[in-house]
Design a protein around this ligand. Structure first.
Ligand code: ZN
Length: 118
């Protein structure tokens, strides 16, 4: 089950996200489910965040609360990055990132998933 953080924009926002992000999100949720995590909270979808690149606003990034086993999170992030390179033109970029700090004023650690528009 996927739920949204309290106060977030609601489900119709999913209609505006990049198709590859939708697929990636469901793939990630499926991987979690296979590892016994059956509830996922999205903490940011298309919200504009102070100081970020604007990629959320473009519908190409989603944040997932890291309220499950951190070792599992690291393993899944690694698997996603091996399977889905962000962009051939930008090898320094990653598709999945763990944000371990509270850089944007959200509650705690989260996984940021992003897709390129290339
Ligand atoms: Zn993010």
């Amino acid at each position: 089950m996927i739920s949204l953080k309290e106060g977030s924009p609601t489900w119709p926002m999913f209609g505006a996200i990049h198709p590859r992000l939708g697929i990636l999100l469901y793939e990630f949720v499926d991987m979690l489910r296979m590892n016994g995590v059956d509830h996922v909270t999205i903490t940011s979808l298309m919200r504009r965040k102070e100081g970020d690149s604007g990629i959320h606003e473009l519908g190409r990034a989603v944040d997932i609360r890291l309220d499950f086993d951190h070792e599992l999170a690291f393993a899944l992030v690694k698997a996603i990055n091996e399977k889905h390179p962000y962009s051939n033109n930008r090898p320094e970029m990653r598709t999945a990132i763990i944000h371990a700090t509270d850089a944007y004023g959200d509650n705690g650690t989260h996984i940021h998933l992003q897709v390129s528009d290339e």
